[in-house]
Ligand binder design. Structure first.
Ligand SMILES: [Fe+2]
Ligand SMILES: [Fe+2]
Length: 176
């Protein structure tokens, strides 16, 4: 991955963070953990649920950046079919992410019964499969080819803008 552009590196880092969250989720809902619901009363489980909610929010923000900045630029290079397919995948992933976020939030607020854990596992499983194949497609078709779609100056400027947006979005909304 050493030949990525600056913007490509940022996108790759975001994909990697999403991948880590999704793989952590996959481990926690399958195998030996299937019958061990995440319990918000347990500090470690609570932290995992909070991290998951943050990761799901990051997925939505990441999609918005791709759709408003990256995809239009790639479309201009004649890759309309690719960007349309990826945008359709976003439309499939986002309701799944929101569904899982709602269940995770409910677990944080009012605990995990058997039915809620089953709902969580179903929502997680559906999301994991979609996200993994989407990340792979974007890494292969976009991240590794950004140098073909953007000149170095534009790539550098977009990377700076994106870093600034990320920093701003982390600041408290009502800072005194
Ligand atoms: Fe992406
Ligand atoms: Fe995407």
């Amino acid at each position: 991955m050493s030949n990525l552009t600056e913007l490509g590196q940022l996108l790759h880092e975001e994909h990697f963070r999403i991948l880590v969250a999704v793989c952590g989720l996959e481990n926690r809902v399958g195998g030996a953990y299937e019958c061990q619901p995440l319990d918000a009363a347990n500090a470690e489980d609570r932290h995992q649920l909070e991290e998951l909610v943050a990761a799901l929010d990051e997925v939505i923000g990441h999609h918005a950046f791709e759709e408003t900045v990256i995809f239009p630029l790639i479309r201009q290079c004649g890759k309309r079919e690719l960007t349309n397919a990826l945008a359709i995948e976003h439309l499939a992933i986002e309701p799944m992410a929101m569904r899982l976020r709602v269940v995770a939030d409910a677990m944080l607020q009012s605990g995990t019964g058997a039915e809620r854990w089953s709902e969580f596992r179903a929502a997680a499983s559906a999301l994991i499969a979609e996200v993994l194949q989407h990340l792979q497609k974007e890494e292969l078709n976009i991240v590794q080819h950004l140098d073909e779609f953007l000149d170095p100056q534009m790539d550098h400027q977009l990377a700076l803008d994106h870093l600034a947006d990320r920093a701003n979005s982390r600041q408290p909304a009502f800072a005194l």
